[in-house]
Design a binder for this molecule. Structure first.
Ligand code: MTE
Ligand code: MO
Length: 380
């Protein structure tokens, strides 16, 4: 069994798939922590988890500008200057379950917890390349940086993806080769011993168990770069989809999103002073910070602004999620025994806001599901 040597996992996880392992914590557990504890961080694996001996680990750097691959050990990476970034990682398929309610999609049936927030530490990718004498001015043909994992599928192919050179080489974009997660060694499920963290970029490009980095004129040739994780017009379906279409761009940065996490959908909620207490997360890609989360209990007639828990990053270099929370006033006349619909909508520092309806953003793979989030609660 290729899955005979998997790490142990937290019993609280809702498991979407066992082999490969895909699981998310319950939403109300997720929202309990601004920094997600390692054992509660959602897991999205495509293959069995590799078991890598730290002494045998090698990272190959290759491609344009390298006559032959350069090989680095773990201690080479540890000796470079270490940076710490707080960054959420979110799967492109997070909230796919909401999209599914409109029309069937293909993919892992994620609720809203295929996102988590951690502090990651390791050398910056741009520092490493400079340290090796690689000069971007000399190689303007390089447009993409590939990362390939050391996890393999039954056909022998490993997981791989690429990010844009502009993201990789700008020191303020904070792309690191993470050696630590929340101050500890990376857990096996999250990429031990080395993971690419490209903050603000979709989970799929944050390659775990990185074995090689390649500088290239082209995007990664991996299935997950070219045949998956793309957005499409809502009227494109499996009979007419063309993953090579020039408008089928691989997802990199993610759009603004938010969820109500606590209470859970259908729960009973105590009225206190004509208000109910609500909590959730909000996140946007590309370093955009959340500037507001608006909440309505009467289908948009009245909007209230929640309080935000955030890190102190600047408005355009924020990789962390925000936790929002508030005692939100009930609509007039609402009383114990009533059902109330709760809806949240986040706005980011580009003044982009979530789309209202899922209908107009539906796509066949169920990616980028970021419409307003609604639940129903029973007042008590
Ligand atoms: N990297 C490797 N090597 N193999 C994988 O299966 N899954 C990707 C990405 N990196 C994956 C990977 C996807 S689709 C996501 S959403 C994130 O890892 C999930 O990261 P996590 O399991 O640490 O939450
Ligand atoms: Mo993902």
């Amino acid at each position: 069994d290729p899955y005979g040597n998997e790490p142990s996992r937290h019993p609280v996880f809702n498991i979407n798939n066992l082999k490969p392992f895909n699981a998310e914590p319950p939403l109300n557990v997720l929202a309990d922590n601004f920094i997600t504890p390692n054992e509660l961080f959602y897991v999205r694996n495509h293959h069995p988890v590799p078991d890598i001996e730290p002494d045998e680990y090698e990272l190959q750097i290759e491609g344009i500008g390298f006559e032959e691959p350069v090989s680095l050990t773990l201690s080479d990476l540890q000796q470079l200057e270490q940076h710490t970034v707080t960054a959420a990682i979110q799967c492109a398929g997070n909230r796919r379950a909401d999209m599914l309610q409109h029309k069937p999609v293909r993919g892992m049936n994620w609720g809203g917890a295929a996102i988590s927030n951690a502090t990651w530490s390791g050398p910056k990718l741009c520092d490493l390349l400079k340290h090796l004498g690689w000069d971007e001015e000399k190689f303007p043909s390089v447009k993409h940086v590939w990362a390939d994992g050391l996890d393999y599928g039954p056909d022998g192919t490993s997981y791989g993806a690429s990010i844009l050179i502009e993201k990789a080489m700008d020191p303020r974009q904070d792309v690191i080769l993470a050696l630590k997660m929340n101050g500890e060694e990376l857990p096996r499920d999250h990429g031990y011993p080395v993971r690419l963290v490209a903050p603000g970029v979709v989970g799929a490009r944050n390659v775990k168990w990185v074995g090689s980095i390649t500088l290239s004129e082209e995007e990664s040739h991996s299935h997950w770069q070219r045949r998956d994780y793309k957005g499409f017009n809502p009227s494109v379906d499996w009979h007419n989809v063309d993953f090579d279409d020039k408008y089928a761009v691989s997802i990199q940065n993610q759009p603004v999103t938010s969820m109500v996490c606590d209470p859970l959908d259908g729960a009973s909620v105590q009225i206190v002073d004509n208000k109910i207490h609500l909590k959730g997360y909000a996140f946007s890609g590309a370093g955009a910070k959340i500037i507001r989360v608006d909440v309505t209990l009467d289908d948009g007639t009245t909007w209230h602004t929640a309080e935000l828990q955030q890190d102190d990053s600047p408005l355009n270099r924020c990789w962390s999620w925000s936790i929002w929370e508030g005692d939100i006033p009930l609509p007039e006349g609402a009383k114990a025994g009533d059902e109330v619909k709760v809806t949240c909508c986040a706005i980011d520092s580009n003044y982009n806001r979530q789309p209202e309806k899922v209908k107009n953003i539906w796509n066949l793979r169920g990616c980028l599901s970021n419409s307003w989030h609604s639940i129903s609660v029973n007042l008590k």
